[in-house]
Design a protein around this ligand. Structure first.
Ligand code: SF4
Length: 372
Protein backbone atom coordinates (compact mmCIF):
# COMPACT_ATOMS: atom_id res chain seq x y z
CA UNK A 1 0.00 0.00 0.00
CA UNK A 2 1.57 3.33 -0.96
CA UNK A 3 2.15 5.75 1.86
CA UNK A 4 -0.17 8.60 1.02
CA UNK A 5 1.60 11.30 3.04
CA UNK A 6 5.11 10.06 2.50
CA UNK A 7 5.99 11.84 -0.73
CA UNK A 8 7.82 15.12 -0.34
CA UNK A 9 8.18 17.70 -3.02
CA UNK A 10 11.97 17.68 -3.17
CA UNK A 11 13.26 16.72 -6.60
CA UNK A 12 15.13 13.45 -7.01
CA UNK A 13 18.89 13.81 -6.99
CA UNK A 14 20.45 13.39 -10.38
CA UNK A 15 17.47 14.66 -12.35
CA UNK A 16 18.75 16.89 -15.09
CA UNK A 17 17.81 20.54 -15.26
CA UNK A 18 14.57 21.02 -17.11
CA UNK A 19 13.34 17.45 -16.49
CA UNK A 20 10.16 17.02 -14.50
CA UNK A 21 10.94 16.82 -10.80
CA UNK A 22 10.32 13.34 -9.44
CA UNK A 23 9.21 13.46 -5.82
CA UNK A 24 11.16 11.23 -3.53
CA UNK A 25 9.39 8.90 -1.12
CA UNK A 26 9.96 9.57 2.57
CA UNK A 27 10.79 6.17 4.03
CA UNK A 28 10.55 7.25 7.66
CA UNK A 29 7.49 5.73 9.31
CA UNK A 30 6.65 3.24 6.54
CA UNK A 31 6.03 -0.28 7.74
CA UNK A 32 7.84 -3.32 6.39
CA UNK A 33 5.14 -4.20 3.85
CA UNK A 34 5.05 -0.66 2.50
CA UNK A 35 8.82 -0.58 2.06
CA UNK A 36 8.67 -4.00 0.37
CA UNK A 37 5.96 -2.71 -1.99
CA UNK A 38 8.14 0.25 -2.99
CA UNK A 39 11.07 -2.09 -3.58
CA UNK A 40 9.09 -4.43 -5.83
CA UNK A 41 7.66 -1.47 -7.75
CA UNK A 42 11.29 -0.51 -8.48
CA UNK A 43 12.17 -4.03 -9.66
CA UNK A 44 13.81 -5.16 -6.42
CA UNK A 45 12.98 -8.24 -4.34
CA UNK A 46 10.51 -7.51 -1.52
CA UNK A 47 12.99 -8.65 1.16
CA UNK A 48 15.02 -5.51 0.47
CA UNK A 49 12.17 -3.68 2.21
CA UNK A 50 12.80 -5.62 5.41
CA UNK A 51 16.52 -4.87 5.18
CA UNK A 52 15.84 -1.14 4.88
CA UNK A 53 13.29 -1.36 7.71
CA UNK A 54 15.93 -2.88 9.99
CA UNK A 55 18.46 -0.25 9.03
CA UNK A 56 16.04 2.57 9.80
CA UNK A 57 14.93 1.45 13.26
CA UNK A 58 17.56 -0.98 14.51
CA UNK A 59 20.59 0.46 12.72
CA UNK A 60 19.23 4.01 13.11
CA UNK A 61 20.59 4.85 9.64
CA UNK A 62 19.91 8.41 8.53
CA UNK A 63 21.09 7.83 4.96
CA UNK A 64 21.15 5.02 2.40
CA UNK A 65 24.96 5.02 2.21
CA UNK A 66 25.08 3.44 5.67
CA UNK A 67 23.00 0.42 4.60
CA UNK A 68 26.00 -1.73 3.86
CA UNK A 69 24.23 -5.02 3.19
CA UNK A 70 22.44 -3.47 0.21
CA UNK A 71 24.26 -3.52 -3.16
CA UNK A 72 26.07 -0.26 -3.84
CA UNK A 73 24.01 0.30 -6.98
CA UNK A 74 20.77 -0.04 -4.99
CA UNK A 75 22.01 2.40 -2.34
CA UNK A 76 22.73 4.91 -5.10
CA UNK A 77 19.33 4.32 -6.67
CA UNK A 78 17.54 4.71 -3.36
CA UNK A 79 19.22 8.06 -2.87
CA UNK A 80 17.50 9.25 -6.05
CA UNK A 81 14.10 7.71 -5.34
CA UNK A 82 13.71 8.00 -1.58
CA UNK A 83 14.72 10.02 1.47
CA UNK A 84 14.68 9.77 5.25
CA UNK A 85 13.18 12.98 6.59
CA UNK A 86 13.89 13.40 10.31
CA UNK A 87 12.27 16.10 12.44
CA UNK A 88 14.64 19.02 13.04
CA UNK A 89 15.34 20.08 16.60
CA UNK A 90 14.44 23.76 17.07
CA UNK A 91 14.85 24.19 20.82
CA UNK A 92 15.65 22.01 23.77
CA UNK A 93 14.87 23.11 27.33
CA UNK A 94 16.20 21.16 30.33
CA UNK A 95 14.55 21.58 33.71
CA UNK A 96 16.72 22.93 36.53
CA UNK A 97 14.53 21.20 39.14
CA UNK A 98 14.43 17.68 37.74
CA UNK A 99 15.77 15.84 34.72
CA UNK A 100 12.87 16.65 32.42
CA UNK A 101 13.86 17.79 28.93
CA UNK A 102 11.46 19.40 26.52
CA UNK A 103 12.15 19.35 22.76
CA UNK A 104 10.49 21.43 20.05
CA UNK A 105 10.74 19.75 16.63
CA UNK A 106 10.09 21.19 13.19
CA UNK A 107 8.84 19.04 10.33
CA UNK A 108 9.43 19.29 6.58
CA UNK A 109 6.60 21.78 6.01
CA UNK A 110 7.66 24.05 8.88
CA UNK A 111 5.01 22.88 11.35
CA UNK A 112 6.19 22.21 14.88
CA UNK A 113 5.35 19.97 17.80
CA UNK A 114 6.83 19.22 21.17
CA UNK A 115 8.19 16.09 22.83
CA UNK A 116 9.01 15.69 26.53
CA UNK A 117 11.51 13.29 28.09
CA UNK A 118 11.00 12.54 31.80
CA UNK A 119 13.23 10.46 34.04
CA UNK A 120 12.08 8.58 37.13
CA UNK A 121 14.72 6.26 38.55
CA UNK A 122 15.70 3.82 35.81
CA UNK A 123 12.67 4.74 33.77
CA UNK A 124 12.92 7.22 30.87
CA UNK A 125 9.49 8.09 29.51
CA UNK A 126 9.06 9.91 26.23
CA UNK A 127 5.86 11.89 25.74
CA UNK A 128 5.21 12.03 21.98
CA UNK A 129 2.93 14.39 20.04
CA UNK A 130 0.47 12.95 17.52
CA UNK A 131 -0.85 16.17 15.96
CA UNK A 132 0.27 19.76 15.47
CA UNK A 133 -2.16 21.41 17.87
CA UNK A 134 -5.50 19.81 18.64
CA UNK A 135 -9.14 20.54 17.88
CA UNK A 136 -10.71 18.72 20.84
CA UNK A 137 -11.00 22.02 22.72
CA UNK A 138 -10.41 20.80 26.29
CA UNK A 139 -10.72 23.93 28.39
CA UNK A 140 -7.81 23.15 30.77
CA UNK A 141 -5.30 22.48 27.95
CA UNK A 142 -2.78 24.87 26.36
CA UNK A 143 -2.61 22.87 23.12
CA UNK A 144 -6.33 23.41 22.62
CA UNK A 145 -5.70 27.16 22.35
CA UNK A 146 -3.69 26.53 19.15
CA UNK A 147 -6.44 24.66 17.31
CA UNK A 148 -5.44 21.89 14.92
CA UNK A 149 -2.89 22.60 12.18
CA UNK A 150 -2.63 19.02 10.94
CA UNK A 151 -2.11 15.39 11.85
CA UNK A 152 1.45 14.11 12.20
CA UNK A 153 2.49 11.23 9.96
CA UNK A 154 3.73 7.96 11.42
CA UNK A 155 7.27 8.99 10.44
CA UNK A 156 6.93 12.28 12.29
CA UNK A 157 5.75 10.45 15.41
CA UNK A 158 8.46 7.78 15.29
CA UNK A 159 11.01 10.45 14.31
CA UNK A 160 10.52 12.18 17.68
CA UNK A 161 11.78 9.02 19.41
CA UNK A 162 14.65 8.50 16.96
CA UNK A 163 15.88 12.08 17.34
CA UNK A 164 15.71 12.03 21.16
CA UNK A 165 17.52 8.68 21.24
CA UNK A 166 20.14 10.06 18.86
CA UNK A 167 20.97 12.38 21.76
CA UNK A 168 20.63 10.00 24.73
CA UNK A 169 21.47 6.67 23.08
CA UNK A 170 19.44 4.12 21.13
CA UNK A 171 17.18 2.01 23.34
CA UNK A 172 17.44 4.40 26.32
CA UNK A 173 13.75 5.37 26.26
CA UNK A 174 11.96 2.72 28.32
CA UNK A 175 8.37 3.95 28.00
CA UNK A 176 6.51 5.84 25.29
CA UNK A 177 3.31 7.74 25.99
CA UNK A 178 1.21 9.41 23.30
CA UNK A 179 0.23 12.26 25.59
CA UNK A 180 1.89 15.21 23.89
CA UNK A 181 0.09 17.57 21.57
CA UNK A 182 -3.02 16.15 19.94
CA UNK A 183 -5.67 13.46 20.32
CA UNK A 184 -3.93 10.30 19.03
CA UNK A 185 -7.16 8.44 18.28
CA UNK A 186 -8.24 11.31 16.00
CA UNK A 187 -5.18 10.45 13.87
CA UNK A 188 -5.95 6.75 13.87
CA UNK A 189 -4.36 5.49 10.66
CA UNK A 190 -1.00 7.14 11.27
CA UNK A 191 -1.05 6.22 14.95
CA UNK A 192 -1.48 2.53 14.11
CA UNK A 193 1.30 2.65 11.54
CA UNK A 194 3.58 4.31 14.10
CA UNK A 195 2.68 1.65 16.69
CA UNK A 196 3.47 -1.04 14.13
CA UNK A 197 6.93 0.44 13.52
CA UNK A 198 7.55 0.93 17.25
CA UNK A 199 6.52 -2.58 18.32
CA UNK A 200 7.76 -4.63 15.36
CA UNK A 201 10.70 -6.90 16.31
CA UNK A 202 12.43 -5.77 13.09
CA UNK A 203 11.58 -2.16 13.89
CA UNK A 204 12.17 -0.27 17.13
CA UNK A 205 11.18 -3.42 19.06
CA UNK A 206 9.49 -1.60 21.95
CA UNK A 207 7.19 -3.87 24.02
CA UNK A 208 3.55 -2.85 23.51
CA UNK A 209 3.01 -2.90 27.28
CA UNK A 210 5.56 -0.07 27.56
CA UNK A 211 3.51 2.15 25.24
CA UNK A 212 0.43 4.08 26.36
CA UNK A 213 -2.00 5.93 24.13
CA UNK A 214 -4.03 8.67 25.77
CA UNK A 215 -7.50 9.66 24.63
CA UNK A 216 -10.07 12.25 25.62
CA UNK A 217 -12.72 9.58 25.04
CA UNK A 218 -13.61 9.23 21.35
CA UNK A 219 -15.87 6.20 21.64
CA UNK A 220 -15.95 5.06 17.98
CA UNK A 221 -12.13 5.14 17.86
CA UNK A 222 -11.88 3.25 21.19
CA UNK A 223 -14.25 0.62 19.77
CA UNK A 224 -12.02 0.39 16.69
CA UNK A 225 -8.93 0.08 18.88
CA UNK A 226 -10.63 -2.89 20.55
CA UNK A 227 -11.63 -4.46 17.23
CA UNK A 228 -8.08 -4.02 15.93
CA UNK A 229 -6.81 -5.76 19.07
CA UNK A 230 -4.23 -3.09 19.90
CA UNK A 231 -2.55 -4.13 23.15
CA UNK A 232 -0.78 -0.97 24.21
CA UNK A 233 -1.86 0.67 27.43
CA UNK A 234 -4.82 3.03 27.07
CA UNK A 235 -5.18 6.15 29.23
CA UNK A 236 -8.57 7.80 29.40
CA UNK A 237 -8.51 11.50 30.24
CA UNK A 238 -11.70 11.46 32.36
CA UNK A 239 -11.34 14.52 34.63
CA UNK A 240 -14.92 14.66 35.90
CA UNK A 241 -17.50 12.49 37.64
CA UNK A 242 -20.66 14.13 36.27
CA UNK A 243 -21.57 14.83 32.68
CA UNK A 244 -22.38 18.44 33.59
CA UNK A 245 -18.80 19.10 34.70
CA UNK A 246 -17.21 17.01 31.93
CA UNK A 247 -19.29 18.88 29.32
CA UNK A 248 -17.53 22.06 30.50
CA UNK A 249 -14.05 20.54 30.39
CA UNK A 250 -14.10 18.28 27.34
CA UNK A 251 -16.41 19.26 24.44
CA UNK A 252 -16.55 15.70 23.02
CA UNK A 253 -18.48 14.77 26.15
CA UNK A 254 -21.53 16.28 24.44
CA UNK A 255 -21.43 13.25 22.12
CA UNK A 256 -19.79 10.61 24.31
CA UNK A 257 -21.06 10.65 27.88
CA UNK A 258 -19.04 9.40 30.82
CA UNK A 259 -20.76 6.00 31.17
CA UNK A 260 -20.45 5.24 27.45
CA UNK A 261 -16.77 6.23 27.38
CA UNK A 262 -15.98 4.07 30.40
CA UNK A 263 -17.90 1.13 28.95
CA UNK A 264 -15.94 1.44 25.67
CA UNK A 265 -12.63 1.47 27.57
CA UNK A 266 -13.74 -1.51 29.65
CA UNK A 267 -14.66 -3.43 26.48
CA UNK A 268 -11.26 -2.60 24.96
CA UNK A 269 -9.46 -3.90 28.07
CA UNK A 270 -11.51 -7.10 28.04
CA UNK A 271 -10.95 -7.65 24.32
CA UNK A 272 -7.21 -7.05 24.34
CA UNK A 273 -6.06 -7.71 27.91
CA UNK A 274 -4.57 -4.22 27.77
CA UNK A 275 -4.00 -2.04 30.82
CA UNK A 276 -6.39 0.88 31.39
CA UNK A 277 -5.37 4.02 33.25
CA UNK A 278 -7.87 6.72 34.15
CA UNK A 279 -6.28 10.16 34.13
CA UNK A 280 -7.91 12.73 36.38
CA UNK A 281 -6.63 16.31 36.31
CA UNK A 282 -7.56 17.84 39.66
CA UNK A 283 -8.93 21.38 39.29
CA UNK A 284 -9.55 23.36 42.45
CA UNK A 285 -13.25 23.78 43.21
CA UNK A 286 -14.27 22.14 39.93
CA UNK A 287 -13.78 18.38 40.26
CA UNK A 288 -11.78 17.90 43.46
CA UNK A 289 -14.48 17.50 46.13
CA UNK A 290 -14.53 14.42 48.31
CA UNK A 291 -17.96 13.65 46.84
CA UNK A 292 -16.24 13.65 43.42
CA UNK A 293 -13.78 11.12 44.84
CA UNK A 294 -16.59 8.86 46.05
CA UNK A 295 -18.45 9.18 42.72
CA UNK A 296 -15.25 8.37 40.83
CA UNK A 297 -14.76 5.20 42.86
CA UNK A 298 -18.36 4.13 42.16
CA UNK A 299 -18.01 4.85 38.42
CA UNK A 300 -14.86 2.77 38.19
CA UNK A 301 -16.01 -0.01 40.50
CA UNK A 302 -16.74 -2.55 37.74
CA UNK A 303 -13.61 -1.72 35.71
CA UNK A 304 -10.08 -3.03 36.38
CA UNK A 305 -7.95 0.09 36.10
CA UNK A 306 -5.52 2.37 37.84
CA UNK A 307 -6.25 6.05 38.51
CA UNK A 308 -3.61 8.68 37.90
CA UNK A 309 -4.38 11.91 39.75
CA UNK A 310 -2.75 14.95 38.16
CA UNK A 311 -2.84 18.20 40.15
CA UNK A 312 -3.35 20.91 37.51
CA UNK A 313 -0.12 22.39 36.17
CA UNK A 314 -1.04 26.07 35.63
CA UNK A 315 -0.82 27.42 32.08
CA UNK A 316 -0.73 31.05 30.96
CA UNK A 317 -4.18 32.59 30.96
CA UNK A 318 -5.76 29.60 32.70
CA UNK A 319 -8.95 30.15 34.66
CA UNK A 320 -8.32 26.96 36.63
CA UNK A 321 -6.18 26.53 39.73
CA UNK A 322 -4.28 23.72 41.34
CA UNK A 323 -5.78 22.23 44.52
CA UNK A 324 -3.85 22.39 47.81
CA UNK A 325 -1.65 19.36 48.52
CA UNK A 326 -3.90 18.41 51.46
CA UNK A 327 -6.94 18.26 49.17
CA UNK A 328 -5.06 16.06 46.69
CA UNK A 329 -4.09 13.70 49.53
CA UNK A 330 -7.67 13.62 50.86
CA UNK A 331 -9.03 12.86 47.38
CA UNK A 332 -6.53 10.04 46.99
CA UNK A 333 -7.52 8.63 50.40
CA UNK A 334 -11.21 8.51 49.42
CA UNK A 335 -10.23 6.36 46.44
CA UNK A 336 -7.90 4.25 48.56
CA UNK A 337 -10.66 3.61 51.12
CA UNK A 338 -12.90 2.46 48.25
CA UNK A 339 -10.16 0.00 47.15
CA UNK A 340 -9.43 2.01 44.03
CA UNK A 341 -5.72 2.12 43.11
CA UNK A 342 -4.72 5.76 42.66
CA UNK A 343 -1.33 7.42 42.33
CA UNK A 344 -0.55 11.12 42.25
CA UNK A 345 1.60 12.18 39.32
CA UNK A 346 4.64 14.15 40.34
CA UNK A 347 4.85 17.50 38.65
CA UNK A 348 7.73 17.16 36.22
CA UNK A 349 9.42 20.03 34.48
CA UNK A 350 7.05 22.77 35.56
CA UNK A 351 9.92 25.25 35.11
CA UNK A 352 10.21 24.30 31.44
CA UNK A 353 6.46 24.55 30.99
CA UNK A 354 6.03 20.80 30.58
CA UNK A 355 2.28 20.92 30.88
CA UNK A 356 0.47 20.01 27.69
CA UNK A 357 1.28 22.30 24.78
CA UNK A 358 3.07 25.09 26.61
CA UNK A 359 6.42 25.21 24.86
CA UNK A 360 4.82 25.38 21.44
CA UNK A 361 2.38 28.04 22.66
CA UNK A 362 5.27 30.08 24.08
CA UNK A 363 7.34 29.66 20.94
CA UNK A 364 4.51 30.60 18.62
CA UNK A 365 3.77 33.84 20.40
CA UNK A 366 7.29 35.05 21.16
CA UNK A 367 9.83 33.65 18.77
CA UNK A 368 8.16 32.62 15.58
CA UNK A 369 8.43 35.99 13.93
CA UNK A 370 12.18 36.03 14.52
CA UNK A 371 12.73 32.48 13.27
CA UNK A 372 14.05 31.65 9.78
S1 SF4 B 1 -6.18 17.59 26.53
FE1 SF4 B 1 -5.47 16.35 24.80
S2 SF4 B 1 -7.37 16.01 23.58
FE2 SF4 B 1 -7.81 17.73 24.96
S3 SF4 B 1 -7.30 19.57 23.74
FE3 SF4 B 1 -5.45 19.00 24.93
S4 SF4 B 1 -4.25 17.76 23.53
FE4 SF4 B 1 -6.33 17.81 22.72
Amino acid sequence: MPHDLAVHSSAAAGVSAGAAAVPRVDFLGLDCDELGAHMTSWGQPAYRGRQVFRWLYQGRADGFGAMTNLPKSLRAELATRAEIVMPRLVTRAASQRDSTVKYLFQFADGERAETVLMHDGDRATLCVSSQVGCNQGCTFCATAQMGLARNLTSGEMVGQLLEVEREIGAGRVSNIVFMGMGEPLANYKHLLRALDVLTSPDGVGAPARRITVSTSGLVPAIDRYARDGVKTGLALSLNATTDDVRDRLIPSNARYKIRGVLDACHAWAEATGGRLTVEYVLLRGVNDSLEDGRRLARLLDPIPCKVNLIPFNPIPGATFARPEAARVAAFQKVLYDARCVATVRKTKGSDVAAACGQLQADYSSADRAASP
